[in-house]
Design a protein around this ligand. Structure first.
Ligand code: GLA
Length: 749
């Protein structure tokens, strides 16, 4: 072989190696592609997707341990085998200082448990060790087992290819030959590296005041976000975000975030241990909980999602939104855009009847509404909230010929028809309760506490499940219903299930929610065209669990357009604006007794899925024309608002008088900006809005659809201009709003 040919061959080989390296790097760094790998020599598992890498391993004590979670690493980065923590003192044993992926309670562990079991012989000690693993279709499962008893726990992991968000759950299997009681159970634990500067962001609320954004420093000890109410609740939402060195900038900093997919009592605990490591555990609430798992039985936990963003809280929210729209809601990744809806609840309350609904429907159609919803009051003896819940037959006085004439009319007007139901509830003044008083949650001989004059049906009971399934199937089979607004208007009380053996009575917590999902699932399969909204007296049941079966959510019964700016801002921390129903109503002109303009009301609602809940009979010709114009405008921007990337330019948090949001379409061709002013103390000018996420080399044409920009604002500018120089809305006075679109007029160079 000549010197030349050796050289040539070496050069070719080097080129191939270089190409392979470039290619492998390109494959691994290309957002969207997803890998799960296991290195048997180090017993290290690695998951990569989008911009995120998650690494765990089996340590020298056969425990499953977190190794790394954060920005995506290079394929050349390898990790040595995991090593369990060493003891710090006799008070903090190694087992408590190790970053366990799943904490079995026993063996001297003090961390928040993922699993705590009482066995029939009184033993309550559980020590889980690694058994085996399996990687299939990019999903990882790891089996663990107690050191002596036949209790198996399978940890399941999958990473969303587009967002890098991890979806994990655990399955507990009882092969001990006897039933045992699960006292506490969670999907798993996310662990963060040690640090003393972590901050937790979360949302709190109450009826008509949901979705307040809060933050607090994480210190030694435990913070618990939870619901003990039987349902998701609004006191906390099952969502968390954790950043470091709290930054006021929505787009800066590393953020760990996540959400629990469960609509029953839940808890997410955030614990800082003796080494300042953070453990985030999400699962069913341990309060009053119990689940008897029979021999041979399996228990599946809810899914606990966890993500990482290096683009601040704004980036974390956008990843959540993307996950929900592209992989959680029914018909993902291409769910229908939300139609513009009309609902007469605030206009008529319970006083609805055929002619009145038809008249409203005609008006609604004339302003561009696409779906008309008949709310509470159409069934049984439902004249007010004291009677009728549970009796799901059409009220003959209000609708003498059934719902058909109304539905036909609505369809003939070119709209879809929607109907309100509250399937899990009963008024004591109802035929259902008179016939089946034992169907409600109750402790025999104890008072039954009513909330909104109603009791909660025990949906964990097979007969109650069958009744609910039966009436819904009949309703949907007999009527051309396109949409259900599924409501749930109280929390649990006296959560007893006296008809089953004592040891099974607490299974109600798990069984209720499982049957709720089961019914929704069956409905979606049997009636695939019917869409469903999750409503719970406002936003008390919004979570990633119910979201798998529902197309949209009602964030709050508070429809005051100024309050809604705050409420909607909090909602979007975790959930997509494309799922957030927002009505324009006549709701109170408070605060300040200033009248809100129609424009302010509309722009506030156009930031989500636009609906109208006003009394259209009282609309003036001017109101009608504003409504028509802005509904038409909404249809032009709706895809961007519902599917695009949201930037909270000026969040209405703290005492801010101003707020602004920006939405960028996925192809970056359309940008929508909303700006609101609640008051102008001392006449300071409105802040310049530096836009985000545009294509900097492209040219965008600015067009206001409401209000205007300050004089001298160019009508065209580069993406770089709008992002660096920014946009100045011309807003003065009180309760003013402006809206703009920017359309791309030239492609990027
Ligand atoms: C709840 C809902 C409202 C309305 C009423 C009807 O409060 O959130 O939108 O449907 O019930 O009773």
């Amino acid at each position: 072989m000549t010197y030349f040919s050796v050289f040539h061959r070496m050069r070719t080989a080097l080129k191939v190696i270089a190409l392979l390296l470039v290619f492998s790097h390109a494959v691994i760094s290309q957002p969207g592609n997803m890998h799960v790998k296991y290195d048997a020599s180090t017993r290290v598992f690695r998951m990569d997707a989008s911009g995120v890498t998650y690494i765990l391993g089996i340590n020298d004590r056969e425990q499953v341990q977190t190794i790394y979670w954060g920005n995506r690493l290079s394929p050349i980065d390898v990790f040595p085998a995991a090593r369990a923590a060493r003891g710090f003192s006799g008070f903090d044993l190694p087992i408590t200082l190790t970053q366990h992926e799943f904490v079995g309670w026993g063996g001297g562990i003090f961390l928040e448990p993922d699993l705590n079991i009482t066995f029939p012989d009184g033993n309550r000690d559980l020590v889980l060790k690694y058994v085996s693993n399996r990687i299939e279709n990019d999903k990882l499962s790891i089996v663990m087992k107690d050191i002596s008893r036949e209790v198996y726990v399978t940890l399941r992991y999958a990473m969303d290819p587009e967002t890098g968000i991890i979806r994990r759950s655990a399955e507990i299997e009882n092969r001990t030959g006897a039933p045992f009681t699960i006292e506490q159970v969670a999907a798993g634990t996310y662990n963060l590296p040690h640090g003393s500067d972590y901050h937790l962001h979360f949302v709190t609320g109450r009826w008509a005041g949901e979705w307040s954004v809060q933050d607090e420093a994480i210190r030694g000890g435990k913070i618990v976000l939870e619901s003990r109410r039987g349902t998701t609740g609004s006191q906390n939402n099952p969502f968390f975000a954790i950043d470091r060195d709290i930054s006021k900038d929505q787009e800066q900093g590393e953020v760990y975030f996540g959400a629990l997919a469960w609509s029953g009592s839940w808890q997410i605990s955030i614990e800082q241990d003796a080494l300042q490591q953070i453990h985030i555990t999400g699962g069913l609430n341990a309060f009053d909980f119990g689940y008897r798992l029979k021999q041979g039985g399996k228990f599946e936990t809810p899914e606990f999602y966890g993500g990482f963003s290096s683009q601040g809280l704004g980036g974390a929210s956008r990843l959540m939104h993307r996950l929900e729209i592209d992989s959680i809601v029914p018909n993902a990744p291409r769910p229908r855009l939300r139609p513009v809806l009309y609902n007469s609840w605030e206009a008529t309350t319970f006083h609805l009847e055929e002619a009145g609904q038809m008249a409203l429907a005609k008006k609604a159609a004339s302003i561009g509404v696409e779906r008309f919803v008949t709310d509470d009051g159409w069934f049984g003896q439902r004249m007010n909230d004291h009677a009728g819940l549970g009796d799901w037959y059409v009220n003959k006085e209000k609708f003498p010929h059934g719902l058909k004439p109304l539905i036909d009319k609505i369809h003939s007007l070119g709209m879809e028809f929607g109907l309100w139901v509250e399937p899990e509830m009963v008024n004591p003044d109802s035929d259902l309760y008179r016939n089946h008083p034992d169907w409600v949650l109750n402790f025999p001989g104890r008072p039954q506490t009513e909330g909104r004059n109603q009791l909660v049906l025990n949906l964990a009971r097979p007969d109650v499940r069958a009744y609910v399934m039966g009436f819904l199937n009949k309703l949907l089979a007999e009527n051309q219903i396109d949409f259900l607004k599924w409501d749930y208007n109280r929390n649990w009380s006296e959560p007893g299930w006296p008809d089953v053996p004592l040891e099974d009575q607490k299974n109600v917590y798990y069984g209720f929610t499982k049957n709720f999902y089961g019914i929704l699932d069956e409905l979606r399969t049997t009636h695939p065209k019917v869409e469903i909204e999750s409503c719970s007296g406002g936003g008390s049941r919004v979570d990633l669990g119910v979201m798998r079966y529902t197309d949209q959510d009602w964030p709050s019964d508070n429809t005051n357009p100024a309050d809604r700016l705050i409420i909607q801002n909090g909602f979007t921390y975790a959930y997509s604006p494309g799922l957030m129903e927002a009505w324009v109503t006549d709701s109170s002109n408070l605060p300040n007794r200033r009248a809100f303009s129609q424009e302010f009301r509309f722009l506030s609602s156009m930031q989500g899925a636009l609906g109208v809940g006003a009394n259209l009979n009282q609309y003036t010709p001017d109101d009608i024309s504003v409504a028509k114009r802005l509904i038409a405008e909404y249809k032009v921007i709706r895809e961007t608002v519902q599917r695009g990337s949201l930037y909270r330019l000026l969040p209405p948090e703290g005492s801010s008088e101003k707020s602004a949001t920006e939405y960028v379409s996925r192809d970056r061709k359309q940008v929508v900006v909303f700006a609101f002013l609640r008051s102008s103390p001392e006449r300071y000018p409105y802040p310049t809005l530096k836009l985000k996420g545009l294509d900097e080399d492209a040219t965008y044409k600015l067009a206001p659809f409401e209000g205007k920009a300050v004089n001298g604002t160019p009508s065209v500018g580069s993406g770089a201009y709008w992002m660096n120089r920014g946009l100045d809305p011309s807003l003065n006075g009180e309760y003013q709003a402006a809206g703009f679109t920017l359309e791309k007029v030239t492609p990027a160079q």
